[in-house]
Write a protein that binds this ligand. Sequence first.
Ligand SMILES: [Zn+2]
Length: 256
Amino acid sequence: MAAAAALPLLLVGSPAPAQAQDSPRCHSTGTDEAVESPIEIDRSAACPGNRSTLSIHYPHSVDGTVLFQDKPPLGGRPSEHDDVRFVIASQGPQPYITFNGERYNLSNVHFHGHAEHKFAGQPFAPLEAHLVHERATLPKAYVVFSVLLDAKTLSEPSQHDRLIASPPVLGASKDVYHINLNALLPASHSTYRYTGSLTTPDENGDYFKPVNWVVFDHRAQAGQKNVQAYRSLWDSAGNHRELQVSVPAPKVYAYR
Ligand SMILES: [Zn+2]
């Protein structure tokens, strides 16, 4: 592949404007401790963001492998914890972010159908992409970008389409080239952030915490046929975790 220059994208969120401070529920309830994920996000109850700094350093283009990950029980029809994921090749410039001054490397991009996170007053999106970043130093911690996807009739395939279209069979993989990671994100980098957990369990059945969730306010797009084909890999239960309700509820912070 052509040499891909690392183009740091500095942005993603200055604190939300002052009107968000009027939210009556922002200061009175809620916790910053890690809760179970996913959650429903009430935009009207979000606090103005002032706690975290984020910058994205994705190369212009990356190569890698799309894997239809088969977790136990192996084989047969895909289980709820299986997913199609893109793992970036270890050669070449590595995508990473800095979050609160610490480096997190992009480990994989994978998809859930229907979506896991939900905005209050809106139906579930048909698909949700997770861009999983793992802290470069121990102890283990994650920053996961959540991008909700709409299913659209597109004149040309999106970068999401390139990752979900024609997946390999369960347990197999295929190489993909020249994926533009920045194009997986919505044009607007407005986000909602809270501290939660992974939404798939480890081998012991535990849902790892803490995960710094960065849920994009706007949706990205994938082709209708590809979304339907992805969803049809599972039965009606799909490959998503149900919404989790925690008491106290997590504090959610808005960054515009
Ligand atoms: Zn996920």
